[in-house]
Design a protein around this ligand. Structure first.
Ligand code: SF4
Length: 409
């Protein structure tokens, strides 16, 4: 990230902090926080049981469910689903396939965009921030889970949109929003396939909850085929648990008590209004397919999976505020992302993502709604990495000096 981008990000983070802090002190949010901590702890502890339950519930709800043990398997399932849809849908031109996508860390984790590029499929990012980053083309990693383009000023964004869409917009937020919206809507009309992540999945109910402000997920889920990719850590027992998590996540991500939309999908779109004959694909998806991704999660320590994805840990992280999104792994930003990368990949990736950059100050835990003990996890992972010979040369010479001379110097 450029210095001026980090500066802009810090400004946005400071405004965010001013909104989140008072809300997080309210008795209602504190009660919700206690409830969600319990939900997350129990859900992660009972993850394998919930995984069994959800597969049965999805079956009952006519949702296709696939288990992917890693990113490669998830990619294959996605490609198969898309190709089946292309083959069975005469409206799709196989040389010009469009897929509407909403924001998802999990899709980034499995390399979805790269996969689509390799297969010459067009992906339309439907979230405004993500679409701006998609148009930016280079150096376009997100900086916050819900505000991916928080590091760009309105002038930067106007330049990006003008260049990529050949327009002459003024640096005015509304003008930019309207231009991107009309372009995305035009492209979305060409699409029969939507893909999204999920904020939480209710195993007993067989229901997937997705949170958004823009209304874009309503378009994505209305395509003929709706694919949802989610980590197995998103499972909780009941829909009420999912709603509680979504409310707390919103409060800690945006400083607002609720988002504009919470979409719940618990089956394909259907009607039986004509002689009680069951017909699918009235207004929404004819086929809903969920891919539950392990990718190392089942080997992770419980604490690393409590996260509800609000991003508040990076807002207060001193390292992230200095170096930006290079501190983290993929879309999993900051210390918690580094810790997770140990399980999604290995110790080496976790070291490369910034394991030794963390100051262990504990600000992330203090500001985390589920009190993820990130700095403790990081300290333990450093011990593991040392044993594998993964340490900085400077650290090695300090260690050797202490050992040999009784002093670090
Ligand atoms: S670790 Fe905590 S603060 Fe960070 S994203 Fe997850 S829930 Fe939010």
């Amino acid at each position: 990230m450029k210095e001026e981008e980090i500066e802009s990000m810090r400004k946005i983070f400071s405004q965010l902090k001013d909104k989140i802090e008072p809300l997080s002190q309210s008795p209602a949010i504190q009660a919700l926080q206690k409830r969600v901590m319990e939900i997350r702890k129990e859900a992660i502890k009972n993850n394998s049981q919930l995984l069994e339950t959800v597969q049965n519930s999805f079956k009952e709800n006519d949702i296709d469910c696939f288990l992917a043990s890693n990113d490669i398997e998830a990619q294959k399932i996605i490609l198969d689903l898309i190709n089946e849809e292309i083959e069975s849908n005469p409206n799709i031109d196989s040389n010009d396939v469009y897929i509407c996508k909403s924001k998802s860390n999990t899709l980034r984790e499995i390399g979805f965009l790269e996969l689509m590029e390799e297969n010459n499929y067009n992906v339309i990012e439907t979230d405004l921030g993500d679409r701006i980053l998609q148009l930016k083309k280079e150096d376009n990693d997100p900086v916050h889970p819900t505000g991916p383009a928080s590091h760009l000023t309105v002038s930067d964004i106007a330049d990006i949109v003008n260049q990529s869409m050949d327009l002459n917009l003024n640096p005015v937020p509304k003008e930019i929003m309207e231009a991107v919206r009309s372009d995305v809507l035009n492209l979305m009309h060409k699409s029969y396939i939507g893909i999204s992540g999920s904020n939480s999945i209710a195993a007993e109910d067989g229901a997937i909850l997705m949170v958004h402000n823009e209304g874009n997920i309503s378009f994505v889920q209305s395509k003929k085929l709706h694919i949802i990719v989610a980590g197995i850590d998103k499972l909780v027992p009941h829909l009420e648990d999912s709603v509680s998590i979504a409310k707390l996540e919103t409060a800690y991500a945006t400083g607002k008590p609720l988002t504009s939309y919470m979409n719940i999908v618990s089956g394909p779109s259907k009607t039986a209004d004509i002689e009680k004959k069951l017909l699918k694909n009235m207004y929404g998806a004819e086929r809903v397919a969920v891919i539950l991704l392990d990718n190392g999660r089942s080997k992770a320590i419980d604490e690393c999976l409590w996260c509800i994805g609000c991003g508040n840990c990076i807002v207060s992280c001193p390292v992230y505020n200095i170096i930006g999104n290079k501190f983290g792994y993929s879309s999993y930003l900051g210390g918690r992302g580094i810790a997770l990368s140990r399980y999604l990949k290995d110790n080496e990736v976790s070291v490369d993502s910034g394991l030794y950059m963390c100051t262990l100050c504990g600000m992330c835990t203090e500001n985390c709604p589920v009190l993820t003990p990130t700095y403790e996890i990081i300290e333990n992972l450093r011990c593991d990495s040392q044993k594998e010979g993964l340490f900085r040369n400077q650290h090695k010479s300090i260690r050797d000096n202490i050992k040999n001379k009784g002093s670090p110097y």
